[in-house]
Design a protein around this ligand. Sequence first.
Ligand SMILES: [Zn+2]
Length: 132
Amino acid sequence: MQPTYIIRWRGEKPGTHEYKFEVRDELWREYPEGGVLRGRVEVRVEAEVKGEREVRLEVEVEGRVVVECDRCLDECELPTAYKDEVVVPYEEGEVDLKQHIYESIILGLPILRVHEDRAQCNPEMIKRINTD
Ligand SMILES: [Zn+2]
């Protein structure tokens, strides 16, 4: 596992290089505004070194995270999957993908953050909300 979310290409030959790692728990604590409490997400980065001009990185995240259910406020686990591309000038030598990876995980979540099956919602909470 890599120590950080930094991808380095200085000294790499032109061509495609693949990196795989898992998101660490510190990430959720670093971006509390995203609302992710825990999670297990795999990251795959395919870095295409194009001569000495630019590096094209295809960043893919896939996994499951725990967030607060918008309907009953209990914790609920949801899938996330997202893929996009980052282009960085070759001379930078490296890129820190931490924030990009976090944003991808958030973008990959369903729009509604609720238990996938309504029956999984906390019945006590639903009752309380409905009688308010
Ligand atoms: Zn719920």
